[in-house]
Write a protein of this length. Structure first.
Length: 588
């Protein structure tokens, strides 16, 4: 009797659980896919089918139509399976957007949503027309890329990699011509790096190339088309504005007539009408709406903006270098941004008609223009950014000096005299000093840095008088409300030109240590110097002379070469700031 009951219980358990086993065998499913699938980058698709045989994986759009295929008649086993997919079918990438991945087998189906992103950057092929490069005989490179982006050509050898050319490319095959920018004699391996608009990169090695007949520094200066380097050089709207203004004028200090016209053009500012507006800022929106994210900030009243388009909905598309400071919500440090502000906040201001200032971050010089011509040149120090303080970079742009001025202020243990605010927390002022115990001024920690970066964002100006009698005190004594000051960005590719060889210089033949720009100088008021030329500067007895810090004497060719090499096309003169920007989202 007991055995009968045991068999009965076994049969009962079998009958209870058999339907569950049948349901499990009939199950079909796809594991959800996380993130975005970018064609060209393989992803594992895991799925479950009820029986051995074949199955289909199809990608359908929101309208239910097939837009791509993962696999058809795929051999599968009963249970869990997996297949790698790179987001393409027969070489064609799946279209971007929201789609549905559908699994079918024997009349059963399962599906899961899938987001397809842009194609990953891939260099599909590289070919060169020959393997030699020399002056007048450029190297043509045929490349085929999977997406639009920036293609960087690099050369490599035992001493590392060096970028030589950077070019914007579109998807598909195209020709890149290397005319010899940044070329160095020798045998080099070519490397190509494709970076898409989201910052993802891929690298491919090309053939080796023999380079002969180049002087690297001379070639850099000859190859760069300096007329393209305007303050809006990095803008997607560059070239669309034909009007002469700060944004469209090449950063060429030698074209005095054009520079003066630019300096006298009206400035468009953002004005909220609030008290002390020059110390307040407005968010630049990614879209023409108060609810949109922000791409940058602009300082009110003093910072000029470039109006690109005035819309009918009360908003205007503008661009400027974002004036992000250490406490700014938007961490777009000196980034050239384009976005929207309300049109009613825009106001046009006419600058002072007699004097205007230009600060060039490439040369670390301040140029005083007076009554239509270049009047004098001063040494300055603009901001020096670092990894901990990327906001130290002096923000480029077009600004207005406004009165009343700040005067002397303190920064840690330094005293900054004759400060004039031009951009919220940035001021132009005399090179800082410490105060000795007896009350005298000590410039020893800051003055030697003039002509190089060294500040926390302000513009430090020399105190020593030039032959024209100018210094920061001269600017202070001649300051006027709405005097224009423009700051030129040292865009990668800009080059510092040599002075002409016949440029006159002067020195004291009786044991003088310095070379000067004038036959008299406030560094030695009772001496009349003897002349020589810039072309003779590297010959004796001039080779050992130092540049006078009173009269902003020109740099030597070797010093200019160092600056030009740092700013050679294709490189990054400020990797610290670049890295800091990359850590921040484009829109906040």
């Amino acid at each position: 009797m007991r055995k009968i009951r045991q068999w009965y219980m076994v049969l009962l358990i079998f009958l209870v659980f058999w339907p569950c086993r049948q349901g499990m065998a009939a199950e079909i499913s796809i594991d959800p896919l996380s993130g975005v699938i970018r064609p060209g980058q393989a992803v594992l698709i895991s799925f479950h089918v009820p029986e051995e045989g074949t199955a289909d994986l199809i990608l359908r759009g929101e309208d239910g139509q097939t837009v791509s295929v993962v696999a058809t008649d795929l051999k599968v086993k009963a249970g869990i399976n997996g297949v790698w997919w790179n987001g393409t079918y027969n070489g064609f990438p799946a279209p971007e957007g929201e789609n549905v991945l559908v699994l079918t087998q024997s009349g059963l189906s399962a599906e899961t949503p899938v987001t397809i992103g842009p194609v990953v950057p891939l260099i599909l092929s590289v070919q060169t027309e020959g393997t030699e490069l020399s002056p007048g005989a450029p190297l043509n490179i045929e490349v085929n890329v999977s997406c639009a982006g920036t293609l960087t050509l690099m050369t490599g050898g035992h001493d590392g990699m060096a970028p030589v050319l950077k070019k914007e490319v579109v998807r598909g095959p195209q020709k890149i011509t290397w005319a010899g920018e940044n070329a160095r004699d020798g045998v080099w391996n070519l490397f190509l790096v494709l970076t898409d608009h989201e910052g993802l990169s891929t690298e491919t090695e090309g053939p080796s190339v023999t380079v002969t007949g180049f002087d690297a520094h001379a070639l850099v200066r000859a190859a760069a088309d300096q007329s393209q380097y305007t303050p809006s050089y990095g803008s997607p709207y560059a070239g669309q504005d034909s009007e002469l203004n700060y944004w469209t004028t090449p950063m060429d200090i030698t074209d005095e007539e054009t520079i003066w016209k630019m300096l006298m053009t009206p400035v468009t500012v953002v004005d909220t009408g609030k008290k002390n507006a020059q110390k307040s800022q407005v968010l630049i929106r990614a879209e023409p709406s108060e609810d949109a994210g922000s791409v940058g900030v602009v300082t009110c009243v003093t910072q000029g903006v470039h109006v690109l388009e005035t819309l009918d909905n009360g908003w205007s598309l503008i661009e400027c270098y974002s004036s992000s400071f250490h406490d700014s919500k938007i961490k777009a440090w000196n980034l050239l941004v384009q976005g929207y502000v309300q049109t009613e906040l825009l106001k046009t201001v006419q600058p002072d008609p007699e004097i205007a200032l230009i600060v060039d971050k490439l040369t670390q010089r301040l140029y005083i223009f007076k009554d239509g011509a270049l009047f004098s040149t001063l040494l300055v120090s603009t901001g020096r950014a670092n990894a901990r303080q990327p906001y130290n970079e002096t923000r480029s742009g077009e600004f207005l000096l406004q009165l009343p001025a700040v005067g002397e202020f303190r920064s840690d243990n330094l005293y900054c005299s004759m400060g004039i605010r031009f951009n919220n927390g940035d001021l132009i002022h005399e090179v800082p000093h410490m105060k000795n115990a007896d009350g005298t001024k000590n410039y020893s920690t800051t003055e030697y840095k003039l002509g190089t970066r060294g500040s926390h964002g302000c513009i430090r100006v020399q105190r020593k008088r030039t032959p024209e009698g100018t210094n920061m005190k001269w600017i202070w004594n001649n300051k006027k409300d709405n005097m224009k000051i423009v700051i030129w960005e040292d865009w990668q590719g800009r080059q510092y030109s040599y002075p002409a060889d016949d440029t006159p210089l002067y020195y004291n033949p009786k044991h003088g240590k310095y070379y000067h720009t004038n036959e008299t100088c406030y560094s030695a008021e009772d001496v009349i110097f003897s002349p020589f030329t810039y072309g003779e500067l590297e010959t004796e007895p001039f080779a050992s002379l130092e540049a006078c810090t009173y009269c902003s004497a020109p740099l030597r060719k070797a010093e200019i070469d160092q600056i030009n090499e740092l700013h050679a096309p294709g490189g990054d003169h400020d990797p610290v700031l670049t890295q800091a920007r990359e850590k921040q989202p484009a829109i906040q």
